[in-house]
Structure formats: structure tokens, C-alpha cells
Design a protein around this ligand. Structure first.
Ligand code: UFG
Length: 317
């Protein structure tokens, strides 16, 4: 297939681009490089530098694309609370421009990078796709609005859409890994300390109602996550919008993650308790039953593999 990958210079978009190329697809990346890296784009993909508003219509017009995989977004929860307008503009506004460009060019399928943040604070775990969506920040709210827009474009314009709601993505694949200018995620932050960059890991809160008092998250290896996109692409059906949670279905606490990082790296990794980070739910675990049964997906790499691959990536840079 001929595929457009928006945000293909970012962490997840670059891994998925690599997997699509390995599977024999043709890949064009559209990225404004505001947070992505030019050298993260696989060599066999063509990079078009631009925003979706600025360039999607031109890239897609008359070019015979079969599908779009849409990753381009702002994705920092804290920043979204400080600058909600930016998130509505960059996430929903740019996505609308992309969908209009697809409609005009007659591109029939889209796989969208949605998030567990669309659910907000869950009433129960594991989280099902049918559970209430009550995002607690503009990041999650803007992603939920895109899911809703996709459903409308499916119903009214016949597009086939799949939204994958990611839980906590980690690890690296080949030469692609996580390198955000502002790093908020647990595993890369712990590995930085292991690598001698900083004194101690900050553990945000130890008084949550969990077994060891720290937050529990559902970690998924970026390569397992990437494979799900290839299955989702095949599952796009004209006129329907489908939603799948994408997590392993199991949880690990912050303390457990730090312990695995100590084992994998062989370093001490000091950690100190800090106050809770505002807006963190105690437990976020996906029900992955739907994607397992309907798309035949299952995770193949555990938390140790995620940490080990992220560590190898960090040490290679
Ligand atoms: N944490 C620490 N110390 C750190 C970093 C994180 O203790 O230095 C803790 C957090 O408080 C949280 C857990 O580790 O309890 C995981 O935090 P991350 O920042 O790695 O991930 P989140 O669960 O906050 O975020 C993920 C996605 C977001 C998405 C969110 C859904 O990265 O994009 O899930 O709620 F919005």
C-alpha cells in the first residue's frame, strides 16, 4: 500500500514507519519537525516537512494514497493544561485539515493514535472500550474529539477509521527510540539516572490505594504497539469507526518499574519520594480483550524487554 504517516519523525511514528517499510509498504512521512527528529525517519521513507494544514492537501491530492496513519500531535498532559488552545488547535484543528484533505483526495482509510487519556479517571479496571470517556485534561479531550470526528467522517463520508487507544508505551525498536526534548515518562527518566544523568528518580506519590502505594500503569512495548497498526490497517472497513484499547492488560507499579531498571542496568538507581503529580490516576490498565479477539493481536515483549531495549537505545546515543 501507499501510506502517509503523519508525525513519522516522532518516537512512535518512526517505529511504525520502519515496520510498514519492512512489511513492503511505500511510506511518505509528513512532519513539521516541531518535536520529531529528521534522522528518526527511516531512510527508505520520503520526508515532507510541513504541517497538516499547510501540506496534507498537496501531498495527498491525486497521489493515489491507500491510507493514512496519523500520529502528529502535541502529547504532554501538563503542557495541555497550561496551553489548552494550543492543544485544540494542533490536535483537533490539524486533524480536521487532514480529514478534509483525505475526503477531497478520496483516501479511504485512517489509523489514528488515540490515548487512554480519553477515559480520564476510570471507575473500574481493566478499562473497556465501552467505558465512559471523561478526560481530565485538554490533551485527552482533544484526542477524544478527534475520535468523535473520525466516527462522523466514517458515517457521513464513508471513510474506514480505527482509533488505537494507547496505554504506556515504552522500549525501542532498531535505531528508533524515545528522545523527547522534555521527558516526562517514567522509564526514560529512570534510565537517565541509571546513566549518571541526575541524582535520584522522583517517585510521584507513595500513598495511592495500590499494593505498594505507587501508581500502577499498563506498559506496552513500542514494537508490539507498532504491529497492532499493521493489523488495524487491514481491519479498516469503509463507513465504520472502530476503537481498540492498546495495552498489555497487566499493570506494574512505579516501584516495580524502578526495580526492573535496576536489574537490567545493574546500577543502584537511587529513588526518592515526592508529592503526587497532579492528575495522575492510581491505576490505568487496559482490557485488551477486544484487540486480541478481533484483530488477533497479543503482546510479545514484557517489561524487562522494554527496559532492556530502551537502555540499549540510550547507551547507543
Ligand atoms: N512517574 C514518576 N516519576 C517520573 C515520571 C513518572 O514517579 O519521573 C510516575 C507518574 O507519576 C505515573 C507513572 O510514573 O504514576 C507513569 O508516568 P508516565 O509519565 O510515564 O505516564 P502517564 O501514565 O502519566 O502517561 C501516559 C501517556 C500519556 C497519557 C496517559 C494517560 O504517556 O500520553 O498515560 O493517562 F495521557
Amino acid at each position: 500500500m501507499k501510506l502517509l504517516v503523519t508525525g513519522g519523525a516522532g518516537y512512535i511514528g518512526s517505529v511504525v514507519s520502519a515496520l510498514l517499510l519492512e512489511a513492503g509498504h511505500e511510506v511518505v512521512v509528513l512532519d513539521d519537525l516541531s518535536t520529531g527528529h529528521e534522522d528518526a525517519v527511516p531512510a527508505r521513507a520520503r520526508l515532507v516537512r510541513g504541517t497538516l494544514r499547510g501540506a496534507a492537501a498537496e501531498v495527498l491530492g491525486g497521489a493515489g494514497f491507500d491510507a493514512v496513519l496519523h500520529f502528529a500531535a502535541r502529547s504532554l498532559v501538563g503542557e495541555s493544561v497550561e496551553k489548552p488552545g494550543l492543544y485544540w488547535d494542533k490536535n483537533l484543528g490539524e486533524s480536521l485539515a487532514l480529514l478534509e484533505a483525505m475526503r477531497v483526495a478520496g483516501v479511504p482509510r485512517i489509523v489514528f493514535s488515540s490515548t487512554a487519556a480519553t477515559y480520564g479517571e476510570p471507575e473500574s479496571t481493566p478499562i473497556l472500550e465501552t467505558d465512559p470517556t471523561r478526560p481530565t485534561n485538554p490533551y485527552g479531550a482533544s484526542k477524544l474529539a478527534i475520535d468523535t470526528t473520525l466516527a462522523e467522517y466514517a458515517r457521513l463520508h464513508g471513510i474506514g477509521g480505527v482509533s488505537l487507544r494507547y496505554f504506556n508505551v515504552a522500549g525501542a525498536y532498531g535505531t528508533q527510540g524515545e528522545r523527547h526534548a522534555v521527558e516526562t515518562h517514567l522509564i526514560p527518566n529512570v534510565l537517565k539516572i541509571a546513566n549518571g544523568d541526575g541524582d535520584a528518580v522522583k517517585m510521584f506519590g507513595e500513598d495511592y490505594p495500590t499494593a505498594d502505594g505507587t501508581c500502577v500503569r499498563d506498559y506496552i512495548h513500542v514494537a508490539d504497539l507498532g504491529r497492532a497498526h499493521l493489523l488495524a490497517l487491514d481491519a479498516c472497513e469503509p463507513g465504520t469507526h472502530q476503537i481498540f484499547n492498546l495495552g498489555s492488560g497487566t499493570g506494574n507499579s512505579v516501584r516495580e518499574v524502578i526495580e526492573v531498571c535496576r536489574e537490567v542496568t545493574g546500577r543502584d538507581i537511587p529513588a526518592e519520594v515526592h508529592p503526587r503529580r497532579p492528575g495522575d490516576p492510581a491505576v490505568l490498565i487496559a482490557s485488551s480483550d477486544k484487540i486480541r479477539s478481533q484483530l488477533g493481536w497479543k503482546p510479545e515483549r514484557d517489561l524487562r524487554a522494554m527496559v532492556s531495549d530502551a537502555w540499549t537505545f540510550l547507551r547507543s546515543r
